[in-house]
Design a protein around this ligand. Structure first.
Ligand code: ZN
Length: 412
């Protein structure tokens, strides 16, 4: 039996690396028809189809997706821990109630449910935060680390230990950091108002020093707020300067920056670019939780200023954040759910290169994966093919998809 497989599909032109000599037809939606051939899970040929062959095209092809920011330790906990006020403060207090009842078994069950959805829906890698307390339950982390091995053929996992900042100055913090180095982990925390400047400065220094010592990346929830715009990122930038810190840093959310004047956004953006800090915009939770008023609608929707940051060459990813937990009651680890909500919210066009890059390529770079999601010779045949021939079909309700993992149609 031949191992060759070929598929004739439309592919967003901006995520294809095909020979400049090929004359490509590109439709108004920025999609180009290609015949893609693979053998033993690797793409060995890409041919341009011409306009007369469009009838043979079966669907639109995407690289399998990468989730830049998830919380699979609490996903699907909404039923037991609903946040009916739908604001940030109440999400936090319901989250703390959930912590009291947390066991390794419950966490692993939620994580596995999340992973099954994610794989079926078309993800190939996920960076997820895991709530971590001052006195840490080792058992949860050991089982979380085992999941990485268990799912390694289907999906890559990266963990951020989301702890109170002061945790990273304790012995337990150091012990966990050491374990994270062996398990593709990162150090995490929350940097949002109210700020106690003195204690935050010392905690931030401890965190950065620990990360430098173990050569670990950092991913912080920064400025997820509608007050004190940009205060968190400014404190972080000062500490980075003070310690001359060179480790990779991700700022998740960075929402309140948007409330600054455009001139100030660019000033902070320039410093973010200069430090090579990566940003993750999380429009779903930001639009749901922040600046909420039970009686009035407001146009103020703090979310990372993607367009300004991209203009300054900051690598911005768009992520989903929470799924059916006190922070966000909807979603099911579906990249098309994310795209179809995030694009209208952020006014970014699916036919523009930078919009797709934030969803398809930037997250791969963020997780430092082997493949950046660009369709090219030698790339893995890790695809999601959806029925349809324009973006309207992709963002409709009845999406039919096929997921290919290492060249094989994944059917569960
Ligand atoms: Zn988050």
């Amino acid at each position: 039996m031949s191992d060759f497989q070929q598929i004739k599909v439309l592919v967003p032109r901006s995520i294809c690396n095909v020979s400049e000599n090929i004359d490509l037809f590109v439709n108004d939606d920025g999609l180009t028809p290609l015949a893609i051939t693979w053998e033993r899970g690797v793409v060995i040929n890409i041919e341009a189809l011409d306009i007369n062959e469009l009838d043979e095209v079966k669907g639109i092809l995407f690289p399998r997706f990468v989730e830049a920011h998830a919380h699979f330790d609490k996903s699907f906990s909404w039923n037991n821990f609903p946040n009916l006020r739908s604001d940030y403060e109440n999400a936090l207090s319901v989250n703390l109630e959930e912590h009291i009842t947390r066991t390794p078994k419950k966490v692993i069950k939620r994580a596995k449910k999340s992973l099954d959805y994610a794989i079926n829906n078309g993800y190939r890698a996920i960076r997820t935060h895991i709530d971590t307390y001052l006195s840490q339950d080792d058992q949860i982390w050991n089982e979380i680390f085992n999941l990485r091995k268990e799912y390694t053929d289907l999906l890559e996992l990266q963990f951020v230990a989301l702890a109170p900042l002061e945790f990273w100055g304790t012995l337990n913090g150091e012990i966990l950091a050491k374990k994270l180095t062996k398990n593709n982990g990162l150090l995490g925390g929350v940097l949002v108002p109210p700020f106690d400047k003195k204690s935050i400065n010392s905690s931030l220094s401890n965190l950065l020093e620990l990360a430098m010592r173990f050569n670990l990346g950092i991913d912080l929830h920064v400025d997820e707020s509608s007050i004190q715009p940009g205060r968190g990122i400014n404190l972080l930038l000062k500490t980075i300067d003070k310690l001359n810190c060179q480790i990779p840093i991700t700022c998740s959310h960075s929402s309140s920056i948007l409330l600054l004047k455009n001139k100030e956004i660019y000033k902070i953006g320039e410093r973010i670019a200069e430090k090579n800090i990566k940003v993750i915009a999380l429009p779903l939770t930001n639009f749901w939780l922040l600046n909420r008023d039970q009686h009035h609608n407001s146009l103020q929707r703090p979310v990372a200023p993607i367009k300004q940051l991209q203009k300054l060459f900051v690598d911005v990813s768009i992520g989903s954040d929470n799924v059916q937990d006190p922070w966000y009651p909807f979603g099911n680890f579906d990249p098309f759910y994310l795209m179809s909500h995030a694009m209208p919210m952020l006014q970014i066009n699916p036919w523009d290169r930078l919009s797709l890059s934030a969803i398809l390529n930037a997250p791969s770079r963020l997780l430092n994966l082997n493949w950046d999601g660009v369709i090219s010779l030698g790339c893995p045949a890790d695809f999601v093919v959806v029925e349809g021939n324009n973006w309207g079909d992709v963002f409709s309700n009845n999406l039919k998809r096929k997921v290919f993992i290492k060249g094989n149609w994944y059917q569960k």
